[in-house]
Design a protein around this ligand. Structure first.
Ligand SMILES: Cc1cc2nc3c(=O)[nH]c(=O)nc-3n(C[C@H](O)[C@H](O)[C@H](O)COP(=O)(O)O)c2cc1C
Ligand code: SF4
Ligand code: SF4
Length: 438
């Protein structure tokens, strides 16, 4: 059986699956349930001294939408959109002290960890909260520089406001790192274009790892009433956001090489695997547990274990970052790959009843043949792979184009000089043939 255990920032975890800082970890009882359900760690809902952020949680609103932008009534599936407004822990951080100690001991007895999360009013408060977390014996703390809500709370400065400012992010990180010995993890906001600048700044300021990422800010409309859902902007996430989070996991893994915990878009073990293959070591499970209950957690853990057994991965490390390491550096690398073209399997193809691929090929490379079969015009085919995905009968496949197969006249006849600086205008006329513009 695959070994799910791993080391992250010097701490041993029994699996990569930890519970994100969220409503689930806002209560000692539910934290215990997470331990019992097999979580490798639980990140407590952000501990704070900002009263308004605690009050915000006591006034939380949630709208769970389906792929049609309708409120979900009943069963939640993988297409859910979680639109919500809530704050930090609804209980002040000092009142948590006895519970932190007790819950950490309970977690340790089960081979799990209680992990801190902080969101302070001033730089000194960040330090005080993190010191408290360390003094209670918690082995790691996450600084919440990703929460979208402080930006909409008058008089509050925190969360994604800090996470968009490299100087402030670095200052808070440095002050906390000077004050505590436990590893400090920075939870990043994706609500910006400067994610790499922030990651670099907090790494240089002493952060041991980053969490990529917290959620986005959104705006959603109930078109029946013409009213904004939840009264106005709110946080938004769901599995749809996963590729957007993975983009940052990928870049941080490849460019900074620092330890990463993945968040924003986990529903099942397949999402966990995707985060790990992109470069995360730990993976945080958040809103899906609010919607499906803690009972959903064991299926994610066992699903990961089964997947690893079936695919021959003996441990987590053997999966970490494999996709990011295989990725091209840029599109220049992409062009160096061998040219491909599509071929049709006439034995399984349902043409002329079906013409889907002809309609979806944007390059006139598939046509209705007179013999009742789809005709592939390989000279026109650019190998975009669209037809392999739109064919409902798996009757198209991609093949490497040999020099013999490659005709003189291909769809894009782009002379090499077109890409040479300064020659673009000169070459434009004899450059790209666009026969079909929709
Ligand atoms: C209702 C709700 C409350 C949240 N509260 C916090 C919080 O207090 N601190 C924090 O760092 N992240 C918070 N988050 C963000 C989650 O920890 C997590 O990063 C995010 O939900 C994306 O992961 P998911 O797709 O698994 O839900 C919250 C998210 C939701 C939906
Ligand atoms: S691979 Fe793209 S260009 Fe080629 S036939 Fe299929 S859809 Fe057309
Ligand atoms: S979509 Fe598939 S089945 Fe339909 S015409 Fe194209 S190859 Fe044949």
């Amino acid at each position: 059986m695959a070994d799910l255990s791993l080391e992250f920032c010097g701490i041993k975890f029994k699996s990569p699956i930890v519970i994100a800082s969220i409503e689930t970890t806002n209560s000692p009882e539910v934290i215990r349930e997470c331990v019992d359900a097999g979580a490798a760690g639980m990140i407590i809902k952000t501990l704070t001294d900002i009263e308004d952020m605690a009050r915000l949680t006591q006034n939380s609103k949630y709208a769970i939408l389906n792929e049609k932008n309708e409120l979900i009534k009943g069963k939640v599936n993988k297409n859910f959109v979680f639109y919500s407004r809530s704050g930090y822990s609804s209980t002040g951080f000092r009142e948590w002290i006895p519970y932190l100690k007790e819950l950490n001991a309970y977690a340790n007895d089960h081979g799990s960890h209680l992990i801190g999360s902080a969101g302070g009013k001033t730089v000194q408060s960040w330090v005080d909260i993190c010191k408290t977390i360390e003094d209670c014996g918690l082995p790691m703390v996450e600084l919440n520089f990703g929460c979208p809500h402080p930006a909409m709370m008058p008089g509050v400065h925190g969360g994604s406001m800090i996470g968009q400012d490299p100087d402030v992010a670095a200052e808070v990180t440095a002050r906390v790192c000077e004050a505590v010995d436990i590893p400090v993890v920075i939870k990043l906001t994706p609500d910006q274009s400067r994610v790499m600048d922030i990651a670099r700044a907090v790494r240089d300021a002493g952060a041991a790892a980053v969490t990529a990422t917290n959620r986005y800010t959104g705006f959603s409309v109930d078109i029946e009433t013409g009213q904004p859902r939840l009264g106005g902007p709110a946080g938004i996430g769901g599995v749809w956001a996963k590729p957007l989070s993975l983009r940052w996991v990928h870049r941080i893994y490849n460019e900074l090489g620092m330890p990463i915990t993945g968040s924003n878009g986990i529903y099942d073990h397949k999402d966990v695997v995707e985060f790990i293959m992109t470069g995360a070591h730990l993976v945080q499970v958040g809103s899906v547990l609010m919607l499906k209950g803690i009972k959903h957690l064991p299926s994610i853990i066992s699903g990961l274990s089964d997947f690893m057994d079936q695919h021959g991965y003996k441990d987590i490390e053997s999966m970490v970052g494999i996709a990011s390491r295989a990725a091209v550096k840029d599109y220049g690398d992409q062009f160096k790959k061998p040219r491909m073209h599509s071929e049709i399997n006439v034995d399984t193809c349902k043409n002329p009843t079906c013409t889907i691929c002809i309609q979806t090929c944007f390059y006139d490379a598939l046509a209705q043949g007179e013999d009742g079969h789809v005709k592939a015009l390989s000279d026109n085919c650019i190998g975009c792979e669209m037809c392999t995905q739109t064919c409902p009968f798996d009757s198209t496949s991609m093949h490497t184009t040999t020099d013999e197969q490659r005709g003189e006249k291909t769809y894009f006849q782009i002379p090499d000089e077109v890409f040479e600086f300064g020659k673009f205008e000169k070459n434009f006329d004899r450059g790209i043939k666009l026969s079909k513009v929709r």
